[in-house]
Design a binder for this molecule. Structure first.
Ligand SMILES: Cc1ncc(COP(=O)(O)O)c(C=O)c1O
Length: 365
C-alpha cells in the first residue's frame, strides 16, 4: 500500500519503522575508518567477540547498571541483538517447549520460538497493568511447561518501562518454575526520566537470566550490526555454542568502533535523548489537542496510541496512509493484544512531526 501511495507522488511522512534518522556519532565512524585499515582486522574475527570488546561491554554494563560481569564467560558479541534473540531459541527451545512471549511484542521472540518447534504462550500487555505482564494470570500447567520467558523494557511498542519490583516478581516466578528469563534491553539508553534498570541487577536474576544489548539505538548504529548478550554463564555459553556453528562473529573493525562507542564520551547519547524528548513532547502535544489518546512515553522512541472508536489498527493505518500520507505501524502487527493501537516512531525531524500533526488535524478523527 505504501508503494502504491508513493507511486502517486504523495510526500510520505514515515513514522513506521524504528530506525534512527540521525547519523552514527563521528568519533565512532572515525574509529571504524582507522580499524578498517589494519590487516589483522581483515581476517575471521574471534567468534565470541574480541576480549577487548567483551571487556568494553562488561565495563559499560558495570558502570551503567551496577552489574559486574566476567568478560570471558558472561559476555558474547552479537551481529545485532536480533541475531542473538533468534539464536537463543536455537540454543534452548526444543519441540514442545512453551515460551512465554509478551503481546504486543517484538516479533522475533515468537518467531524464533516457532522456527524451533516451540509453542508460544502470549502474555497480554495492557494499559491497566502498565504494559507489564500479569504473572498471576499465567496458568499453572503453562508455567510448568515453560522453558523461557521473553521480556523487553523499555518496551517496543508500548514505550513502557519496567519497575524494579516487577523484575523481582519475575525472578520469584521464574525461580519457582525453573524458567529462563531473556530480557531485551535494546532501548536501555532511550529514556525520559530515571535511567531504566538492567534485569540482571535484580537479586537472583543472575542464576536464570540473560540480557540482550544493542548499539543500534544507543549510538545510531542500526546498519552496523553489533550488540552483545550478558548474564548467566551457561546461557551465554549455550548461545555462543550455536553461534560458533552458524556465524563467524562481528567484523573486528566494527568491534573496535563499538569499543569506541561503549567506552567513549557519552555526551552525544544524552544530547540524542534531548532530541527525542523534544519530538516526543511535540507529538504528544499534537495528539492531545486532537483528542487522540497516547500512552505515557517513558522509554524508546515510540508513541503507542489508542485507535478512536469505529476503527481497527489496520483500518486507521490504511486511512492515514491513503488520505494524508502518514505512515504508522498497526498495533496488531505486534500481536493480537496490540489491536486497537497504532505506533508512531519519533525518528523524523520536528518539522516533519509538526507536518504530520497538521495533516492529522485535517482528518478530524
Ligand atoms: C525490541 C527490539 N529488540 C531488538 C531489536 C534489534 O535490534 P538490533 O538487532 O539492531 O540490535 C529491535 C530493533 O528494532 C527492537 O525493537
Amino acid at each position: 500500500m505504501k508503494k502504491e501511495v508513493a507511486a502517486r507522488g504523495v510526500d510520505l511522512i514515515s513514522l513506521g519503522i524504528g530506525d534512527p534518522d540521525q547519523p552514527t556519532f563521528p568519533h565512532i565512524v572515525r574509529a571504524l575508518a582507522e580499524a578498517a585499515t589494519r590487516p589483522a582486522n581483515h581476517r575471521y574475527p574471534d567468534y565470541e567477540g574480541l576480549p577487548s570488546f567483551r571487556a568494553a561491554a562488561a565495563s559499560f554494563v558495570g558502570a551503567r547498571f551496577g552489574v559486574e560481569l566476567d568478560p570471558a564467560t558472561e559476555v558474547v558479541s552479537l551481529i545485532g541483538s536480533k541475531e542473538g534473540i533468534a539464536n537463543l531459541a536455537v540454543a534452548f527451545v526444543d519441540p514442545g517447549d512453551v515460551v512465554l512471549v509478551p503481546d504486543p511484542g517484538y516479533p522475533v521472540y515468537g518467531i524464533g520460538t516457532l522456527f524451533n518447534g516451540g509453542t508460544v504462550y502470549r502474555m497480554p500487555l495492557t494499559a491497566e497493568n502498565g504494559f507489564l505482564p500479569d504473572l498471576a494470570a499465567i496458568p499453572e500447567d503453562v508455567a510448568r511447561r515453560a522453558k523461557l520467558m521473553w521480556l523487553g523494557y523499555p518496551n517496543n511498542p508500548t514505550a513502557a518501562v519496567a519497575t524494579v519490583g516487577f523484575f523481582a516478581d519475575v525472578v520469584e516466578f521464574a525461580t519457582r518454575h525453573g524458567i529462563i528469563v531473556a530480557h531485551d534491553n535494546a532501548y536501555s539508553e532511550i529514556y525520559y526520566d530515571e535511567p531504566p534498570p538492567s534485569f540482571l541487577a535484580t537479586p537472583g536474576a543472575r542464576a536464570l537470566g540473560i540480557e540482550f544489548h544493542s548499539l543500534s539505538k544507543t549510538y545510531n548504529m542500526t546498519g552496523w550490526r553489533v550488540g552483545f548478550a550478558v548474564g548467566n554463564r551457561e546461557l551465554v555459553a549455550g548461545l555462543g555454542k550455536v553461534k560458533t556453528n552458524v556465524d563467524s562473529g562481528v567484523f573486528q573493525a566494527v568491534q573496535e568502533a563499538a569499543i569506541a562507542a561503549l567506552t567513549g564520551d557519552q555526551t552525544p547519547v544524552a544530547e540524542m535523548r534531548q532530541v527525542y524528548r523534544a519530538r516526543r513532547d511535540l507529538l504528544l502535544g499534537g495528539l492531545a489537542r486532537l483528542g487522540l489518546e497516547a500512552q505515557p512515553v517513558r522509554g524508546t522512541f515510540y508513541v503507542w496510541v489508542r485507535v478512536p472508536r469505529g476503527f481497527t489498527s489496520a483500518s486507521l493505518t490504511a486511512k492515514l496512509l491513503q488520505e494524508i500520507g502518514v505512515v504508522v505501524t498497526p498495533g496488531s502487527g505486534f500481536g493480537a493484544a496490540g489491536e486497537g493501537y497504532i505506533r508512531f516512531s519519533l525518528t523524523v525531524p520536528e518539522a516533519r512531526l509538526r507536518e504530520a500533526v497538521a495533516r492529522l488535524e485535517r482528518l478530524r478523527l
